[in-house]
Ligand binder design. Structure first.
Ligand code: HEM
Length: 447
């Protein structure tokens, strides 16, 4: 079934059996009814539209290097809950912009989503695969809590964090500048720290990347900027200090194109940090007990260098509530069967991670800031919570991301308290569905 056909099915209320790859035999099963029913009932069009919009946003983001933009969480959550109730938790096929998308609504199917190998459920087709992914994981020291280059990384973070506390008010623009400088030092070395031209190109690419469907002229302009940025990155990478990510990749025998391509992705990945940094500090500002404990850890050093277990738990909890990648996407490489319904190779499968992480039916105190839930052994592997994903597609930079974000929080909290916040959060009530980093303003007072 083509996307257009799926759309027609959606509009016409097509019945069971119209899902892609559904055999006629299967069409008579309850599973198929479940899978295609969301196309049907006209009374639910608003909700169905909402889920389609979710699929559209997630898929358009997948086609781009880097990370998805947070979606309108509240709309999608209501729509997804509604779908789950109506279809008994079975995966539901909805119409996306380039074809149908299978939405995972139940923990049972979530487990399978994470467990399938990349040969069956492939991550982002633009993401490096096979050997390149292995090299990326090695350079990022995936799974190692403290990166082997933590010494120079923490020194760079401490220096670049100074502007965060310089004026007594912290906003996203300052955080972005500080993180971008630190990120260039970590990825490409000190020579790249002040390269504002490169920073501008990357900003432009991020802006373009967030737009829906580039038109041909825009695509040409984007390509030109991308080429300039990649050439500049390649120059830095060729001479980067051995402890940097580019230096480590060189030592691991990455070819020049690979090196520039991966370094570009790592720089983009660092973009996830500023918003999470601000949200974590905002949440700590609203939870004074947690803030005091986190501040004490920052002053004491918290385990070994870069470990900061309490602050890392706060960052993880922030990411559970406000994930930087709210929807995970895979594409099936082979025909798959979900609850008795067959779907052909090439079917997009969407796991709405934000919805599941805040699902009160499965996550206790789902809308509250409870960092200690991350101190449980095994919390990191609990599939209900997936700020970094799980299984073969899991973020290879998870520990580095935690190290960087927790270290920056520590730099702020070591000598300062967050004494005022905008927006004001109610620590007793459910936390808001979204927190736009542009609207966050933190007042810092010296200890
Ligand atoms: C706190 C910060 C971060 C968060 C929340 C985060 C989260 C994620 C998530 C959810 C995914 C997709 C997983 C999936 O599809 O199942 C991902 C992929 C990835 N992340 Fe991270 N990440 C962070 C930091 C980093 C850092 C610092 C790096 C590297 C410097 C990095 C490199 C990657 C790479 C290479 C991928 C594979 C997909 C791609 O290339 O686009 N991440 N990350």
């Amino acid at each position: 079934m083509t996307g257009a056909e799926a759309g027609a099915a959606a509009g016409s209320g097509a019945g069971p059996g119209s899902g892609p790859g559904s055999g006629r035999g299967a069409a008579r099963t309850a599973g198929v009814r479940t899978a295609v029913a969301p196309y049907a009932p006209p009374a639910r069009t608003g909700r169905a539209e909402s889920v389609r919009a979710l699929a559209a946003r997630a898929l358009s983001a997948r086609a781009l290097p880097g990370f998805a933009r947070p979606r309108a969480a509240h709309t999608s959550t209501a729509a997804l809950r509604d779908l789950r109730e109506r279809h008994g938790g079975a995966p539901v096929l909805v119409r996306g912009p380039s074809g149908p998308v299978l939405v995972i609504l139940d923990p049972q199917d979530m487990r399978r989503f994470y467990a399938e190998p990349a040969g069956v459920l492939a991550p982002d087709p633009c993401a490096p695969g096979g050997e390149r992914r292995r090299l990326g994981a090695e350079v990022l020291a995936a799974g190692t809590p403290v990166h082997p280059s933590h010494g120079p990384f923490l020194a760079a973070l401490a220096e670049e964090a100074r502007p965060l506390t310089a004026t007594g008010t912290l906003r996203i623009a300052t955080a972005r500048r500080a993180v971008a400088r630190a990120g260039r030092r970590i990825v490409l070395g000190d020579a790249a720290a002040g390269d504002e031209e490169l920073a501008g190109w990357l900003r432009r690419l991020r802006g373009e990347g967030d737009a829906m469907g580039p038109r041909p002229t825009r695509a040409r302009a984007v390509r030109a900027v991308q080429e300039r940025a990649t050439a500049r990155i390649a120059r830095y990478a060729a001479h980067a200090e051995p402890h940097t990510l580019a230096g480590l990749a060189r030592r691991a025998a990455a070819g020049p194109d690979d090196l520039a391509g991966q370094a570009y992705r790592w720089l983009r990945a660092m973009d996830t940090v500023p918003a999470t940094l601000l949200r974590t500090l905002l949440l700590l500002g609203a939870h004074p007990g947690e803030q005091e404990a986190a501040g004490a850890e920052a002053r004491a050093g918290g385990g070994g260098p870069g470990e900061l277990p309490r602050l890392r738990a706060c960052v993880r909890e922030t990411l559970r509530l406000y994930p930087v990648v709210p929807d995970l996407i895979r594409v099936t490489r082979a025909a798959t069967e979900w609850r008795g319904v067959r779907y052909p190779a090439g079917t997009s499968v969407l796991l709405p991670a934000l919805f599941h992480q805040r699902d009160p039916e499965h996550v206790p105190a789902a809308h509250a800031f409870v960092p200690c839930r991350w101190s449980d052994r095994g919390a990191d592997r609990d599939i209900r919570m997936a700020p970094f994903g799980h299984g073969a597609g899991r973020c290879p930079g998870d520990q580095l991301g935690l190290l960087v974000t927790a270290a920056l929080c520590a730099e702020v909290l070591r000598g300062h308290r967050v004494t005022g916040t905008r927006p004001v959060l109610d620590p007793l009530g459910p936390l808001p569905a979204t927190l736009d980093p542009q609207g966050i303003r933190l007042t810092l007072t010296r200890r």
